[in-house]
Ligand binder design. Structure first.
Ligand SMILES: [Ca+2]
Ligand SMILES: [Ca+2]
Length: 458
C-alpha cells in the first residue's frame, strides 16, 4: 500500500537491526446504544452522573449538536458505518439487511482493514447485540457469553403494563456490556504489531433498563426530576407528527414503529414516569462506569499516546417530551446524541463544539485522522476542521431521515421537518430549545422554510 508508506518510520537499533514501525494512530471506537444527551457535561438531564464520559470530553472535543442520520438502530448504524444516507441506501428500518441493499458498500472497518489495520470488534456495532453484523468488516469479532438474570416485577405492575425497567441483584460481571469491555481491555493490554481499530459496542442504555442496584442507588427515586414538557405540545403537530408521537399506527413495513400503543398513558397510569427516568439515568451511569474502565485501561497501556477515541450514541430518546417515549421520530430529543472525539496529541482539549454535525461525518473524519486516503462517494464531510478549531464557522445543514420521504433538517438555528404527506414543522432554537411551538404555518417564515427545503434529498 504505497499511500500508507509515508507513515512508516525506519528505526535503527545499533548498527545491524532494522525494524519498521507503523506509527499511524490506533482507533478506539465506542458505540453506545440509545444514548441521548443525558450526560453530565451536555446537561441534557441535570441529574445525570457520567464522570468518565465527562473526563473523555475534557480530553477532546464534545459535540453538543450531534445528530443521527436515522432515529433508530439499524439505519443509523448502517449510515454511519457505510457513509451513505438512508434515502440513498433505502435502509430505513430495523428490518432491512444492509448487504442486500448495499452489496458493494465498503464499511469504515473494511476500509481500515484495506489499509493494513487490525480491525476487531465486540458488542453492538451493527444492529444486533453480540452479533458481528457483517463478516467483511472484521478481522476478529468477540462474542460474549450471556448470563441469564431474573428481574422480579413489582406485584402492583400487571404483565400488560409497559415498564421494562428496575434494579437487578446481579453483579456487573453478569452483564453483557461488562464482558465485552473485559475483552476490549485485554486487547488494549496486548502489544500489537499493526495499528488497530478496536470497536467496543455497548448494548445499554437500550431497553430494558435493568442494571445492578448500585446504579439505581446513585439516583434516588424520591429526588428524580422529570424532563421539561408542555401538556398540549402535540396540538400544533401535523397529522403524521401526531402519529409518530402517539405510536398507535401501522407497525407493518420497514419503519419499525413501536407496538405498545400509548406509552405515555401507560407510564402515567402505573405511576412509572419517575421510575423510568431513574432507570434510564441508572443505566447510563452503568455504561459510564464501564466506559471508565476501558479508558483507564487505555491510559495505562502502551497505546495511550497514539490512540484516537471516538464515542458516539446512535440516536436520541424521549422520556415523555411531546408525551412521546423511545425514538422513531424527527425532533431534537429523538435525533440528538452524544459524540466525543479525543485525539489529544493532535487537537483541542476540553472544548464543546456547538456546530451541528452528523454521525455520517464520522467515516471521513476518522479516515482523515488516521491519514488514510480520503474515500470518494461518502455523504458525510470530515469534521477535522472543527477538531482543530471548534469555534470556526461551519455551515452545513444536518439531515435526519425516518422512513421514506420523512426528513428533518437542522441548522444552528432551525429545525425543519417535512413528512411524506407534505406535513411540516419548523422550530426556532434561538427562542424555543424544547421545540414547543411549531412555526411552519406562519407566513413570515416561508422564506426560511424555502431555504431549508433545499437541503432535503431530491
Ligand atoms: Ca439504538
Ligand atoms: Ca407544540
Amino acid at each position: 500500500m504505497l499511500s500508507s508508506l509515508g507513515n512508516f518510520i525506519l528505526v535503527l537499533f545499533g548498527s545491524a537491526l532494522l525494524v519498521s514501525a507503523d506509527t499511524r494512530p490506533n482507533v478506539l471506537f465506542i458505540a453506545v446504544d440509545d444514548l441521548n444527551d443525558w450526560v453530565g457535561h451536555l446537561g441534557g438531564h441535570p441529574q445525570s452522573k457520567t464522570p468518565n464520559i465527562d473526563r473523555l470530553a475534557r480530553a477532546g472535543v464534545s459535540f453538543s449538536k450531534a445528530y443521527c442520520s436515522a432515529p433508530l438502530c439499524n439505519p443509523s448504524r448502517v449510515s454511519l458505518l457505510t457513509g451513505i444516507e438512508p434515502s440513498k441506501s433505502g435502509v430505513y428500518g430495523n428490518g432491512e439487511r444492509f448487504r442486500q441493499r448495499l452489496p458493494n458498500a465498503v464499511t469504515l472497518m473494511q476500509y481500515f482493514r484495506t489499509y493494513g489495520y487490525a480491525v476487531k470488534g465486540g458488542g453492538k456495532i451493527f444492529h444486533g447485540a453480540n452479533r458481528p453484523g457483517d463478516m467483511d468488516s472484521w478481522d476478529f469479532y468477540f462474542k460474549a457469553s450471556r448470563t441469564k438474570y431474573e428481574y422480579k416485577r413489582p406485584p402492583h405492575l400487571p404483565a400488560s403494563a409497559w415498564a421494562p425497567w428496575g434494579p437487578l441483584d446481579n453483579d456487573d460481571s453478569d452483564m453483557l456490556d461488562s464482558k465485552v469491555v473485559n475483552w476490549a481491555i485485554s486487547e488494549l493490554e496486548e502489544a500489537h504489531d499493526k495499528p488497530f481499530f478496536l470497536a467496543c459496542g455497548f448494548t445499554k442504555p437500550h431497553l430494558p433498563w435493568h442494571v445492578p442496584r448500585k446504579y439505581f442507588d446513585l439516583h434516588p427515586l424520591d429526588k428524580i426530576e422529570l424532563p421539561k414538557t408542555l401538556i398540549n405540545d402535540r396540538e400544533d403537530l401535523p397529522v403524521f407528527g401526531k402519529k409518530l408521537a402517539q405510536e398507535v399506527h401501522d407497525v407493518s413495513g420497514p419503519r419499525n414503529f413501536a407496538k405498545h400503543g400509548e406509552d405515555h398513558d401507560m407510564v402515567l397510569k402505573y405511576n412509572q414516569w419517575h421510575r423510568a427516568v431513574q432507570s434510564y439515568l441508572a443505566t447510563i451511569s452503568f455504561v459510564d462506569f464501564h466506559v471508565g474502565r476501558l479508558l483507564k485501561a487505555l491510559q495505562k497501556s502502551a497505546h495511550a499516546r497514539n490512540t484516537i477515541i471516538v464515542l458516539w450514541g446512535d440516536h436520541g430518546w424521549h422520556l415523555g417530551e411531546k408525551q412521546h417515549w423511545r425514538k422513531h421520530a424527527l425532533w431534537e430529543t429523538t435525533t440528538r446524541t452524544t459524540l466525543i472525539i479525543s485525539a489529544p496529541e493532535q487537537f483541542q482539549k476540553n472544548q464543546l463544539c456547538q456546530s451541528p454535525v452528523s454521525l455520517i461525518d464520522l467515516y471521513p473524519t476518522i479516515v482523515e485522522l488516521c491519514s488514510l486516503p480520503a474515500r470518494k462517494g461518502l455523504d458525510g464531510q470530515s469534521i477535522v476542521p472543527l477538531l482543530q478549531n471548534p469555534k470556526r464557522k461551519w455551515i452545513r445543514p444536518v439531515l435526519t431521515t425516518f422512513g421514506k420521504g420523512n426528513h428533518a433538517v437542522r441548522t444552528e438555528r432551525w429545525r425543519y421537518i417535512r413528512y411524506h404527506d407534505g406535513g411540516e414543522e419548523l422550530y426556532d432554537h434561538y427562542t424555543d430549545p424544547h421545540e414547543w411551538t411549531n412555526l411552519a404555518k406562519l407566513s413570515h417564515h416561508s422564506l426560511v422554510i424555502e431555504h431549508l427545503r433545499k437541503s432535503l434529498p431530491k
